[in-house]
Design a protein around this ligand. Structure first.
Ligand SMILES: [Zn+2]
Length: 97
């Protein structure tokens, strides 16, 4: 069986908590192995068994609002990323001062 490692930088930031949500959504649809999400780098890596799995995972990420870096995002296909945690923290910081 031919396998490989996919390293996918995505366009939008996500936090640790939202990384769990993304992981669950991907694993619900795709049986990829060693799925790792790196919030500080906006990077997702996993082992795949066939190339089709990579494009399936990319589709899921795009639907969640995390298209891979370098992808053209048209207005019609654009989804807002669901992670608003970073922005919220910034707002709280401003309100406290
Ligand atoms: Zn978040």
């Amino acid at each position: 069986m031919r396998t490989g490692i996919a390293k996918i930088p995505v366009q939008n930031a996500f936090c640790e908590r939202c990384a769990d949500v993304i992981r669950n959504r991907i694993l619900k649809d795709q049986s990829v192995q060693n799925l790792m999400l790196f919030p500080s780098e906006s990077m997702i890596t996993f082992n795949f068994n066939w190339a089709n799995q990579v494009s399936e995972v990319l589709n899921i990420l795009t639907r969640l609002g995390y298209p891979p870096e370098g992808d053209e995002v048209t207005t019609s296909s654009y989804t807002l990323p669901f992670c608003k945690c970073e922005n919220k923290n910034e707002n709280y910081g401003l309100m406290a001062s």
